[in-house]
Each structure stands twice: as C-alpha cells, then as structure tokens.
Design a protein around this ligand. Sequence first.
Ligand SMILES: Cc1cc2nc3c(=O)[nH]c(=O)nc-3n(C[C@H](O)[C@H](O)[C@H](O)COP(=O)(O)OP(=O)(O)OC[C@H]3O[C@@H](n4cnc5c(N)ncnc54)[C@H](O)[C@@H]3O)c2cc1C
Length: 306
Amino acid sequence: MDEHIDDCIIIGAGPAGLTAAIYLARYHLSIRLFDCGTSRAAMIPCTRNHAGFPDGIKGTELLDRMGAQAAKYGALRENRKVERLERKDGVFVVDTDSGTWRARTVLLATGVVNRYPDTLPRPLHDEALSKDLLRYCPVCDGYEVTDKRVAVIGTGEHGTAEALFLRGFTADITLISPHGDHDLDDQCREKLADAGISHVAGPCGGFAMEGGQLAFDTANGRMAFDSVYPAMGSDVRSSLAQMAGAATSDEGCIAVGDHLETNVPGLFAAGDVVIGLDQISHAMGQAGVAATRIRNLLAEERPLRR
Ligand SMILES: Cc1cc2nc3c(=O)[nH]c(=O)nc-3n(C[C@H](O)[C@H](O)[C@H](O)COP(=O)(O)OP(=O)(O)OC[C@H]3O[C@@H](n4cnc5c(N)ncnc54)[C@H](O)[C@@H]3O)c2cc1C
C-alpha cells in the first residue's frame, strides 16, 4: 500500500465532487478525486436553469470545464471505482478496483441513480433523453414542457406530487402507473381531480418514438406524449458511507450536519447523496461549505501556512 496520505479524497466527480476539488486544491491541499464515470449531470442534454449560461450548457461540457478547472490547480483524478471505505487509526482507507489510497478526510459525492420502467430498453432510454422526450427533473426543465402533452410515470404520493408540480407548466398531464393499478389514496385522488390531472393504470410497455413523441402501451391502450417523466424514485449511492459507519436516512441519504460532516469524524458528504434539492446549484453550494470545513478541520490538526 502507498504510505502517502492525502489531505482529502473525494469520491465522485459530478458537480459536487468537482466543486469541492476546485476549492480544496485552491486551499493548497493535496487532494485526489475518484470517479467511475456515471454522473447524473452527464445525462443532461442542455441545462437551462444553471445560472451563468443564458443559452444553456450541455451536462458533459459543464463537467469538462469543472474538471479542467480542478486539474489546473493540482487536483489529481483517478478514473476508478471505490469499492470499500473504512476509518482505521484516524485515517481513511480507500480501496478501489485497482489499488488502495489513504486520506485524512473523505468527501462522498456519489450521487443517486434514477429508476425508470424496466420495460424501457437502455438504448431507447438514452435516445429519448437526448431528444427531450424523456425527462427526470421538473425543477430543472418544467419550463421546457410549458403547454405540452406530458406523462408522469409513477403513483402514490410521490407520483401525485410530481404531477401536481408539473401542473404549473401545462394543463395536459396524465399520471400513469408503472405497473398495474394505481396506489392512490383519497387525498391524492382529490388533489389530482382538483387539478384536472387524469390517471391511467399500467403496466407501461412497448416504448417507441413515434411521430416526434414517446409512445407506450397502458391499460387504456397506446398513448403518446411530448415528454415523459419517470417519477419512480432513485437509488442513493450511500453504501460507502454505511461501510464507514455513517448514518443514513430510511431512503439511504447520508445524514450530515450544517457543515456537511457525517457522524464519522472527518467524513463529509455533499450533493444528491445528501437530502436536498437534487440540483447542480445545491450540490455546488454544499461542496463549497464542506470543502471549507475540511480545510479548517485540517488546520486544527496542523497549521496550514505557506
Ligand atoms: C436528465 C437530467 C437532467 C437534469 N437537469 C438538471 C438541470 O437542468 N439543472 C440542475 O441543476 N440539475 C439537473 N439535474 C440534476 C443534476 O444532474 C444533479 O443534481 C447533479 O448531477 C448532482 O451532482 P452530484 O455531484 O451530487 O452527483 P452526480 O452528478 O450524480 O455525480 C456523482 C459521481 O459519483 C461517482 N461515483 C458514484 N459512486 C462511485 C464509486 N463507488 N466510486 C467512484 N465514483 C463513484 C459517479 O461516477 C458520478 O460521477 C438533472 C438530472 C438528470 C438525470
């Protein structure tokens, strides 16, 4: 094992991890970023709500720019998947698929993975996403579906809440259950009826792009929409946090304090993996706070002086 100990290892090079890398590298700290190439930001065809880009910016371009900025100040990047994390004798041991590293502090910025119907093949999923026929984030791109024909694939309180949120952008919304019948209590049904949102039972299958829309089969026959939002929740990538002893919520979000520190000393988390708005701006803001707290924590252990 390499005996070198980094000041901070950041796991995840999405907007949160890269922002932290820029801050920490500019604090003259030795830092290392690990990433396995699955940022949610890389799925964004063009973000139009991220401040500073009036004509929008492609997710991969934003990540490239941030990566170049972090590298410019000395952040080292390893394109590897981290498989194990533990804190031993006050030092974090980070095991990857091809080597082990050690660090005084760790920032987890591992994000989440959106769920979508398993009847939607991945190549079609990706193509529909690139054409804005499939969307995941009403907060980000509800504006783009203004007065369009929209489906929300989901049910229960979560599906209802997403459909109601989108009602602020269009009157033509259908809530479609991903499986069989809907799981909607009286309150959800009342809210949907009040907002004029129809609901249709599933299952959803036979997805195809037809006439510039995304079409699929439902209990009411074949339906087609300008944009479809899966609202089936997400899987939070917090297993490394749990391995290291950090507390997580029932949904798996990493529990943190005001400065983004977990209950494990020296272990921080930022971005989608922490409960929050699941937005680039939020991920970046949290990362800036976490990075500065990490810097100050390290300065308590040894003076940081030039
Ligand atoms: C289709 C779509 C459109 C969106 N549009 C917008 C928008 O317009 N505006 C907006 O603000 N937000 C948008 N979002 C949300 C935005 O993408 C996320 O909020 C943001 O990417 C969160 O950043 P993050 O750094 O927390 O996580 P991520 O960007 O998901 O990055 C997490 C990183 O961790 C890495 N990782 C995970 N586990 C490991 C491991 N074990 N080892 C090594 N690396 C690991 C992954 O490879 C990944 O690169 C959109 C999301 C989607 C899916």
